[in-house]
Write a protein that binds this ligand. Structure first.
Ligand SMILES: *Cc1c(COP(=O)(O)O)cnc(C)c1O
Length: 408
């Protein structure tokens, strides 16, 4: 008798975005003439930068000729892309990362999901609340949690991100092994300062712990004092893995390209206390389970690092940031407390009521879809996330309707 992995039975069945879709569909069926504006799901809406499209086309044409055709590429990604990343994203910012410490992948979702398989099942895992659901669910699937009670899994350490700590958790006094952090944060939009990030790096060095740092929204940072990379912090190349994606940076959500940085100094330990290179473990894992990202996609990603490409992604992310400013200002003017939306496309709104009640209220009265904060964790109860990923016109229209609803 073939048996299932019973850890899957611990997962919470109602996936956030399918519940949202159901409620929206019900509303649309009942109100076929009402126009809906979606500021919910975290997907980009604008076209790929033209520099990427041109490189993409050229690479496809190379595949059309025997003389320039390419089959399997390196599992770690092509060197032309890894060199550009090491130079532009790290060396120019004083972070000492070399091309062979970078692994190109088809997305940070997969990488942040898969990385946990390198570590022992009895690792003490810390996960922020609220959070991008992937970190938690993949640890539950692997068997690192007990069952679910009162909105939380037993055996997981939750890092509360609340108004009291400015939505930025501080290291605890007790011991942790594996620590997930995400800045600029999804869903709160919070950014971490260098001194606070240094506290985490120092903690990890003291406890021989490992930080998994998700910087998917790095391209939205505008303040030069906000750290782009955890490797800008002294000592981080010993204790941190960083995940970055071209999804939000350059509109690659459907094109698929990302990368993971594992410095060669990062160690994890066996039961006798002997250190092992995490870089080597991940390389072994990727060589066995992954066959690389398609050549044209890696050429399209490389084009982001040309002068033209860099200017285009600033323009692209600034467009969404201007939407975020508009949303933020309208909400504040309507008397709602909110954070985020400054170095982030997300605005985290304190609603003064249950998250789903506010969701239903906005949907029914304004025809606007947001994301209930409670779907990201227990600390998200009472909040909603509003996304700036939409056209300026749609955002303006949505905010006009929301203001009317809130101010009457
Ligand atoms: C969107 C997002 C990613 C990127 O995922 P991809 O698989 O690269 O598209 C990673 N982390 C967070 C927190 C995100 O919101």
């Amino acid at each position: 008798m073939i048996r299932i992995n019973e850890n899957y039975g611990k997962l919470q069945s109602s996936y956030l975005f399918s519940e949202i879709a159901q409620r929206v569909n019900r509303f649309v069926d009942a109100n076929p003439n009402k126009d809906i504006i979606r500021l919910g799901i975290g997907d980009v809406t604008r076209a790929l930068p033209s520099a990427c499209i041109r490189a993409f086309h050229e690479a496809v044409d190379e595949l059309a000729r025997d003389s320039t055709f390419r089959g399997y590429g390196p599992e770690q990604g092509y060197l032309f892309l890894r060199e550009k990343i090491a130079h532009h994203d790290y060396m120019t910012r004083g972070a000492d990362i070399s091309p062979d410490e970078i692994f190109i992948s088809d997305g940070s979702k997969g990488d942040t999901a898969n990385i946990q398989e390198l570590f022992s099942l009895d690792s003490r895992v810390a996960i922020p609340d609220p959070v991008y659901p992937v970190y938690l669910d993949t640890n539950v699937m692997a068997g690192r949690s007990g069952s679910f009670h009162n909105g939380r899994y037993e055996g997981i350490v939750y890092l509360d991100c609340t108004q009291d700590n400015g939505y930025i958790p501080a290291p605890p006094h007790d011991h942790l092994d594996l620590i997930y952090l995400c800045f600029p944060n999804n869903p709160t939009g919070a950014t971490i300062s260098s001194p606070l990030l240094k506290e985490w790096v120092d903690y990890a060095r003291e406890h021989r712990a490992l930080i998994l740092y998700d910087a998917a929204y790095v391209a939205f940072i505008r303040d030069p004092d906000v750290p782009r990379s955890i490797y800008e912090i002294e000592g981080a190349t010993e204790v941190a893995i960083e995940f970055r994606s071209f999804s939000k940076t350059a509109g690659f959500t459907g094109t698929r390209c990302a990368y993971t940085v594992i410095p060669k100094n990062v160690m994890a330990y066996d039961s006798t206390g002997k250190p092992h290179s995490v870089h080597d473990l991940w390389n072994r894992r990727q060589s066995t389970k992954f066959n690389g990202v398609s050549y044209p996609v890696q050429r399209a990603a490389e084009a982001i690092y040309s002068d033209e490409g860099r200017a285009q992604i600033v323009e692209l992310t600034s467009y969404y940031l201007d939407n975020a400013t508009l949303i933020r200002n309208e909400l504040l003017a309507a008397g709602l407390a909110c954070v985020g939306g400054i170095h982030s496309p997300y605005i985290w709104v304190k609603t003064g009521m249950d998250s789903w009640s506010f969701f239903d209220h906005l949907l029914e009265k304004a025809g606007v879809v947001c994301t209930p904060g409670s779907g990201f964790g227990r600390c998200g109860q009472g909040y909603v996330r509003i996304s700036a990923f939409n056209s300026r016109e749609q955002v303006k229209q949505a905010m006009k309707r929301i203001s009317e609803v809130l101010l009457t």
